[in-house]
Design a protein around this ligand. Structure first.
Ligand code: SF4
Length: 626
């Protein structure tokens, strides 16, 4: 096999064994890598109904056929598992040298299962794997743990680790690398913690097998040059995603006070230009020349890394308008290994609960000291922090009193940083995202603003599906960053040429989208398999707040989503995907995608249907955890 190493490394933490496995070429050709490998492995090897925090769950670190090659934006891996936060498929991608060295060690993926008796670090060095006692690292932040490991192993290794959030199995703990690159929002860090795995250190020196190494070298140089020459490049380097703050404010999409307003009176103070005043450098993923991590000095004089999502969720959504303080909260989130989006969302929920007198704790909007304390309490599961550590869906079930209407999640994953009172297309993107309410697969809101926010039409459905197949399917399977394409206009045919040079095979754009469709459909099948009789189309409906409570401020004041029209769009979405009107893939769709065996297996858990059975739609929050 060229392009792929053709090998996975299976690690059993209970038995302290590492066993390489040659996998068939058909798997690579049908699923490419990254998210594609992850969902196929979970589907085939994870028993239905597995407790996500049990030793039986699998934690997968998966690369793609372009990973580790000196190409633009290819230094990433996908970390995936059955999610303890949502009970469905969970993953995230993160830029890390661990991705590069995993491929140089000779592997396309690590598949970790079991549980170590005591804290452990796995050290993969080419063909050798050792299990190192990590009791001295347990209790340290992700930064401290990586720092110690780097001092021991040097610069030529990749390291992923968890902080106290992962150790304490906070349901939205993530996996951290290189002082602030983090991934795996739906609790991949908690899964790692449940296995007593503090960190993985990966090194290797093997050549990645390529079909055309010389051609690849030239293509890589040309690609970097092309990115540098894009008109938006210099502004991107200045602000990265931060300029979205001003855009969201102008377009009533800025989550504020737990998604009540869409605008924030201190937006300018936490926006892209304010950030430039405290910025000290750029940081980024390996092999990237767009380095979008904005490194700033925080309120304590320490370095923190900012982007749009983390600034908004720990800024306007919790009523905090001081960027240096927002930076401190973000650094804390990274050190503890907590997903900053879910963290800010959960805290916004708690602040509203406090305001409404539903909890005893008094937490004022924007109270910096209380925010710091609460983040600490969540990471260590203390007091109210223990309730919020379960995520907003579970917290709203605990608090009750109608709070599920304003617990801002889809399928248990907290909504990321776009208010959708006035954006039905983006609401549908959240509703149908592969992991719950995340924007990565289909960030369509700026496009939707150009074509008109008000409509609920077929054009939006068609565009959404197209974007999901490319970004959620192709890019997540290649494990290549989507930003060159969607921010700077780096054309998709570059990736076809890269694939040809890596694998020797021609992939048309339609074939790649077909692979994306296969992956996203199998992810949907996985959700349905895990939820079984609790699966319902209401899981694809975003939070009730957006349907019931009109925006109170801003240009779109009074805007609210229409549930009936949303359901119409959802029906059209299902038709487009070949799913029935419960959101379950039809047998014929699964077969067309080459998922015939999977169709049979899914059919043993739920009744599959070619025709649409009758359904009832309700907002998502009423759906209990499976
Ligand atoms: S653009 Fe940003 S997220 Fe993408 S690879 Fe570069 S640093 Fe990483």
């Amino acid at each position: 096999m060229l392009g792929w190493t053709g090998t996975f490394l299976n690690i059993d933490l209970t038995k302290k064994k590492a066993i390489p496995e040659q996998y068939p070429e058909a798997l690579a050709l049908n699923f490419l890598g990254g998210r594609g490998f992850a969902v196929k492995i979970l589907w085939d090897r994870l028993k239905q109904g597995t407790d996500p925090l049990s030793p039986e769950n699998k934690l997968i670190f998966a690369t793609g056929p372009l990973t580790g090659i000196g190409l633009p934006n290819s230094g990433k891996l996908v970390v995936a598992s059955k999610s303890p936060l949502t009970g469905g498929y969970g993953d995230g991608n993160t830029g890390t040298l661990a991705a590069v060295y995993l491929r140089k060690a000779g592997y396309d993926a690590l598949i970790v299962e079991g549980k170590s008796e005591s804290p452990v670090v796995v050290h993969v060095n080419g063909k050798d794997t050792e299990f190192i006692d990590a009791r001295d690292l347990w209790g340290l932040s992700a930064f401290e743990a990586e720092g110690q490991l780097r001092r021991k192993y040097g610069r030529s290794v990749g390291i992923v680790s968890i902080g106290q959030g992962g150790e304490n199995q906070v349901k939205f703990a993530n996996v951290v690398s290189q002082g602030g690159r983090a991934g795996g929002r739906p609790g991949m860090g908690a899964v790692m913690g449940s296995k007593n795995l503090k960190a993985a250190v990966i090194e290797g020196t093997a050549q990645i097998p390529l079909a055309d190494p010389d051609g690849m070298r030239k293509l890589a140089i040309d690609g970097y040059r092309e990115i540098l020459a894009k008109p938006q490049y210099s502004f991107w380097k200045r602000q990265g995603t931060m300029s979205t703050v001003e855009w969201s404010q102008a377009n009533s999409a800025l989550p504020t006070f737990n998604y009540r307003q869409g605008v924030f009176d201190k937006a300018e103070e936490i926006g892209g230009f304010a950030m430039e005043k405290i910025k000290v450098s750029n940081r980024g993923c390996p092999q990237c020349n767009m380095t979008c991590g904005n490194v700033v000095k925080d309120s304590e004089g320490k370095e923190a890394e900012l982007d749009y999502e983390n600034v908004i969720m720990l800024g306007s959504n919790v009523g905090l308008g001081n960027l240096a303080q927002v930076s401190t909260l973000n650094r804390m989130a990274d050190e503890f290994g907590l997903d900053s989006i879910s963290l800010g969302n959960s805290i916004g929920f708690a602040m509203e609960a406090s305001e409404k007198g539903l909890i005893n704790e008094k937490i004022e909007w924007g109270d910096f000291e209380k925010l710091k304390q609460l983040i600490n309490d969540i990471a260590h599961r203390r007091g109210l922090g223990a309730v919020l550590a379960e995520g907003v869906r579970a917290a709203s079930e605990t608090i009750g009193n109608g709070s599920s209407d304003w617990a801002m999640h889809v399928k248990g994953l907290e909504v990321s940083a776009y208010d959708c009172h006035d954006a039905p297309g983006m609401a549908l993107a959240y509703g149908t995202s592969s992991i719950g309410a995340h924007h990565k697969d289909a960030w369509v809101i700026t496009w939707e603003t150009k074509v008109g926010r008000a409509s609920y039409d077929q054009m939006k459905v068609d565009h959404l599906v197209e974007v999901q197949l490319v970004r959620g399917g192709v890019f997540e399977a290649l494990v290549s960053c989507r930003f060159p394409n969607n921010q700077l206009g780096f054309e998709l045919d570059w990736y076809q040429r890269y694939l040809k040079a890596a694998t020797g095979k021609d992939f048309s754009l339609e074939q790649l989208k077909g692979i994306g469709d296969r992956i996203l459909t199998l992810i949907r099948a996985f959700w349905v398999r895990e939820y079984r009789e609790k699966w319902s189309r209401s899981l694809d409906v975003p939070p009730a707040r957006w349907f019931k409570e009109p925006l109170k401020e801003g240009a779109a004041k009074g805007a609210v989503l229409d549930l009936e029209k949303y359901n119409g769009m959802l029906n059209a979405y299902y038709v487009k995907r070949g799913w029935d009107n419960r959101g379950i893939p039809k047998p014929s769709t699964l077969q067309q995608l080459g998922l015939t065996e999977e169709a049979k297996q899914l059919g043993t858990y739920v009744k599959l249907a070619e025709e649409n059975p009758p359904v009832i739609s309700t907002p998502a929050q009423n759906t209990p955890f499976p």
